[in-house]
Design a binder for this molecule. Sequence first.
Ligand code: ACM
Length: 637
Amino acid sequence: MANYHLEASWRPVEGSFGRFSFALFNLSDEPLTGFTLTYTSLTRVADEHVAEGAVLKRRVANLHEYSPPDGLTLRPGGCWQFAVEGLANGPKHVTAGIKSAYLTLADGRHVPVSFGDLMLDGAERGDLPELLPRGEVIEPFSLLPWPLSLSMRPDEVPPVALYPADGSRPEDIKAVAKVLALYQRLFPADNMPFTLQPVQGGRPIHFKVESSIMPAAYELRFTSQEIILATDDEAGRFYGLISLAQLLHGARREAEIFQFPVFGDIADQPRYAWRGCHLDVSRQFYPVADIERLIDILAWNKLNIFHWHLTDDEAWRLEIKAYPELTDIGAKRGPDEVLVPQLGDGAEPRSGYYTQDDARRIVAHAAALHVDVLPEIDIPGHSAAALLSLPQLVDGQEAPDSYRSVQGYPNNALNPAIDFTYEFLGKVFDEVAALFPFEYLHIGGDEVAHGSWLASPACKALMQKEKLAGTAELQSYFMRRIKSMLAERGKKLAGWNEVSHGGGVDRDGTLLMAWEKPEVGIELATEGYDIVMTPGQAYYLDMAQAEGWGEPGASWAGFTPPEKTYAYEAEGELPAELRDRMRGIQACIWGENFVSRAYFNRLVFPRLSAVAEAAWTPTLRKDWLRFAAIVRMWPKL
Ligand code: ACM
């Protein structure tokens, strides 16, 4: 138990974002005086605010530091109350309250403060509906994503195990061993689906190469004597083996619902080539083992792209040998660090980054599971961590707080008029391109704040020289240079939808992710860009899953029950002639709210599998109740 505890509540106020009230309890045996209180919260206090019973000393994005009234001494057992009106945004869910808190004592020490949920005053909390029904299956097969077509008769008793038939090629045997190892990692307490040698009560798998089968597609033909797995590439063989493991998994876990086929066949292929999942590791850090497990989970769900969001305002998480400052300074947040605490950081500093060896290991782990890793270096916005680590990136003549990002960071964009910006990025891209073999490198491009750079004399001169009208055209100038820098390194440009602003970049070899809303995807495709659909309203897995106050999660895109994510059709209004531009769909996992594994699992699952099925299975084959029945047997982080 901490020696101090903070309670917070919020009440709506007509015509404003409401009133935030606090009570700090002194649970220690000593009087408390001469201190400040710091907390992090996604509900931020605006510059224009009124505080009663406290003074807001400092705010940096989500960090808020308050001083109590002069001379306040909090006796043991005592409580200090204060309140603020004039918020930058209004909370909609319990997770919009305190994410971490600490006191700074008169002698400079930082000590932990515990805290509770954000309480709601003066409004109904709303109910928390059931998010996942029990479900129901028409055909008793546990396959998720559901195949393109199947026609099978179930058996009462599943085989003891499946094994490569006599005469299988070494590469087939290795493929079985690989899926067996994946299964053992995901379900270490279950009986294994495969053995490498024949077993009593088992069934052999005969591997066949058939050139009529499409890339990543497979066919399974079942009889009581054997199983034929026909494919024309490694990915197809991998997905066929995953399907066999899934069938056995269900038939053993829930034998009264699911069975293994004794006769019939499956002919399957993915709906989209791009079946992605993004993870933000800047706001919260995930150790290598977690990343590998998430990739295992992607593979089990037949997702094939891991979009790794490695940098943001809150931290830079990838070792760059040319600039060790990026991780020495930019991957560490703490009360006395250059980067202040955010989003769950308390009195102790926290740090974490991936070495280049870690990155290579993760890329190899993913490649073995037919998952490509798309690295993201988020520029020019979302760059506070880089700018604070390498002050040479800043135009020294620019007014310090001349623009702010939506997350409340001042002057957080790399400056397109500074030569060092390009020298720096050139070296970063050299190293990133060498680490990640995937054809694309994602360079962000999202949420450059309105008015960015307009108070930078260097940018003003550049605008005049290049006849650029404002922030968007400066950004397009920057992006065009970035695009050719990537091309020089053999990489294509991937980015968020705002890369198209101000004139955008050459469409050829550019892939943009439509996140703000679905209509943006149609606009981009019309403009000639290849697109991946990742609309916040359906595929952002940090959004709350119901409207009620008690449901954790973000709210800017509304709330997204799993059934909505499942049913959503990203092709939606996309005119038929633009369908070829849409490469696929992607889930995004933003980290602001994921202060614990429990929150991660509560919000990411089962919606991640819902995106996976939408990415693989044709619309007419989707079935929410079947999905619900199967997905409860699927792994979490
Ligand atoms: C984003 O959500 N800023 C891409």
